[in-house]
Design a binder for this molecule. Sequence first.
Ligand code: HEM
Length: 540
Amino acid sequence: MVKNYTIVHLDWVGHDDKSASKLITATLVAVLVAYVTYNLFLHPLAGIPGPFISRSGLWSYRVNRAIFRDASQSYDKLHDDYGAYVRIGRNHVMTADPAAVNVLYGHSSKWTKSGFYHLFRLGPPKGIMSETDVKKHAALRRASSSAYSISALLELEVSVDIMVEKLFRQLDGFVERKQPWNAGLWLQWFAMDVVGDLAFGKNFGLIEKATDTNNLIPAVEDFVFVATLMGTFPTIGDPLFTAASAAGAGGRGAAHLMQVTQESVKARLKRAEEIVKAGGTTDELQKDMLSRFLRAKDPETGKKLTVDQICTSATQVVGAGSDTTAITMRAIIYYTLVTPGVYEKLMEELEAAVSNGSLTFPTPYNEGVKLEYFQAIVKEALRYYPAVPWPMPRVAPEGGAHIGDHYFPPGSRVGMSAYAYHRRAYGHDSKRFRPERWIEATDEEKKEMEKNLLSFGGGARVCIGRNISIMEMTKVIPYLFWTYHFSITPRGPGSPHKYKQGRGSDGVLDSESWYVKSSWFSSQYDFFLDVKKRDVEAVQ
Ligand code: HEM
């Protein structure tokens, strides 16, 4: 009896379990159906078209772009497929509507940066890039702005000149050995060394040693990969990143960058101490960005930056200032070489300027900025190939806001992709690299073109380091073209490329002679050039 009873009892338990699991499954399915139905048909952004996975909220389209590194072409294609407003997430829209530029990135914009940027912090205190609180950001920016001013940078011009000479000595070796030059990698080393010099008065020695012993370049790459990926779901990504970093497992790139920077800060402070001890003056050291960060005060509150904030600021210079400038330099050189007529016009301009004495080498910044055609190439490269193609997300303010005919409730996210926007906002030939557009335009048109240029972002959050990169590019590129003759190393069997086929920013194989991996940054890999020395004497 007892035995039978037990069997009956167990049977009842099994029955209960099955019913319970059926009930749980049915509830989960019902919740999922309700969630998807709400997202697709009832959500305030439901009227905006977009890929099913984003509209339904089932998966993140942006996570896929971060993983597959095809952001530029994918976001561009979304506008082709769905128009000027595309729902790229449940609560997230990307737009290419010109009306949005001022609303999102104008000086008086009420839209703030989203939690996506929290993942771009490079230290325990948030830095200028990752601080989303408007007041705290404004205070940080005011306190640091003197380090980024053009007058401060011009005091550091000579260190860029020295770096250029070091680069040229290495380049001469490639000429002698008739060896293809991995321009992509070397330009990145150059940009990294320059920011090291500007920030701490001492570069990282990448150009001199012809190697990245400290793994700085992979660290930036890892940092940007993790930040972009986890920034797309910051509610979970942010605490996950914090916990993983505390356990020493996450943020490998960020942690490594931070460590290298802290060492550079310490070494720089020790150098100053030793000079003073030896009875010398630290005048030269006083010019680097670090000493400006040390002296910096918020002009409104009189508050100084804390030591942690200084380390974060210095790391930020390394993290935000090297890849972006390298990407833009590659684009300038590449499109100058492949676009018919551009190289010839540039060389004509350089030759005329050298012969009338308005251009000397190493190029003083004040001479380089007057090269009208060269500066038009720089602008066009920034337009055609923006280093940051990812839509820069902003949060709709309290009370919501309108852009064009669309209403965005408070808390919804809207962003623009500079890559996708620039290829639509510059008339019928937006998809062509044409520097002349920046010269031919009337003053009124130029104003509009500048307004539409999102390569450095805009408004209160515009890139604080843009002067650094413009100075660097202005000093190195005309001098490079003046001294060397470049041609693109053909790809294919026997070539030094790891990848046999190139991939352009449009995602098409073999459309360009490099391989683009595009997420927050659109980085070009395997960009090789054959180099010869120009007979400069004969030209002059
Ligand atoms: C060609 C070179 C560069 C490009 C294309 C570039 C691009 C950008 C973009 C698009 C933003 C705005 C991001 C957003 O609003 O979502 C930005 C912000 C920023 N950039 Fe750059 N950047 C360049 C060079 C530099 C350099 C050299 C530095 C530092 C040395 C730097 C430091 C920063 C910082 C700190 C911010 C945050 C500004 C803020 O939020 O107030 N950048 N940059």
